[in-house]
Design a protein around this ligand. Structure first.
Ligand code: SAM
Length: 269
């Protein structure tokens, strides 16, 4: 079912801000149902746009903070919601937002139908605030959701999968067709749920090293692990004695194996 609000007809979608507004009420209801906001929740919506999700979120949340980069849209949102005490508008770039300040020490639930061009850097930005985030729900390009949720050995498995799966439990929820948006994007989208681990199931003793290791291995996907590891050390004896096959390629390694490799490597350096 599609509806076009009068508000929307007066706003010209800006491509540079990745503006594809949700207009399918069935999809909007499905997203809101998946989030299942409770009266005690502090919800943070990234890119509220014309308020397709905001309308439903503000009715239930204890507090709703929104971050919108487009000044015109921010003004509309201000006019529409600012009279409600439990609403806070931040006009700015979510990539530069200090989410610790927004959280002010309390758990946040993060929601957003994200512009495709900022989705990966934004996910990495949000990881640095993971201790203050209870869960996240994002509409993303389906291809990105496939990469987030991919298991080892899958063609979509890469740096994004390993890093996000290290920090979060990830669940692809449902696909969304281009017809659910106005203007319609060229690609299919999907909704994903990410729940940061209270403590990762496998802990990298040196997180910086783990991040560098994963990055370098996937920058050189065709190389064997042995070849990629030469950037870090020439001493492969201990690594070769581990259970990890150094002749393998990075896309076959599980998150747990990357962690083991990183922890072994940190001992040899
Ligand atoms: N949530 C609305 C919906 O579902 O209809 C709008 C979604 S639209 C795909 C993305 C929204 O994010 C737009 O309102 C856009 O202006 C905003 N946006 C784009 N880049 C942003 C950024 N870096 N920080 C905050 N908001 C941004």
């Amino acid at each position: 079912m599609k509806t076009t609000s009068p508000q929307q007809s007066r706003h010209r979608a800006r491509k540079r801000f990745g503006q594809n507004f949700l207009v399918d009420t069935h999809i909007i209801n499905n997203i809101v149902a998946a989030i299942n906001v409770k009266p005690d929740d502090h919800v943070v919506e990234i890119g509220p746009g014309l308020g397709a999700l905001t309308d439903a979120l503000i009715k239930v949340a204890r507090h709703l903070s929104v971050i919108e980069i487009d000044k015109d849209l921010a003004e509309r949102l201000d006019r529409r919601y600012a009279h409600q005490k439990h609403f806070t508008l931040h006009c700015g770039d979510a990539l530069k937002t200090d989410f610790a300040e927004i959280s002010s020490g309390q758990a946040m639930r993060i929601v957003g139908n994200l512009p495709y061009n900022i989705s990966t850097p934004l996910l990495f930005h949000l990881l640095s605030y993971r201790v203050s985030i209870s869960d996240m729900y994002f509409m993303l390009q389906k291809e990105v959701v496939d990469r987030l949720a991919a298991p080892p050995g899958n063609k979509n498995y890469g740096r994004l999968s390993v890093m996000m799966q290290y920090h979060c439990q990830i669940q692809a929820l449902f696909k969304v067709p281009p017809t659910a948006f106005n203007p319609a994007p060229k690609v299919t989208s999907a909704v994903v749920r990410l729940i940061p681990h209270y403590e990762p199931p496998h802990i990298a003793t040196d997180l910086d090293l783990f991040e560098r290791l994963v990055k370098i291995c996937f920058q050189q996907r065709r190389k064997t692990l042995r070849n990629s590891l030469k950037v870090f050390t020439e001493d492969m004896v201990e690594l070769a004695n581990s259970n990890i096959d150094l002749g393998a390629r990075p896309e076959t390694l599980s998150v747990a194996e990357f962690v083991s490799l990183s922890n072994l490597l940190s001992k040899t350096m």
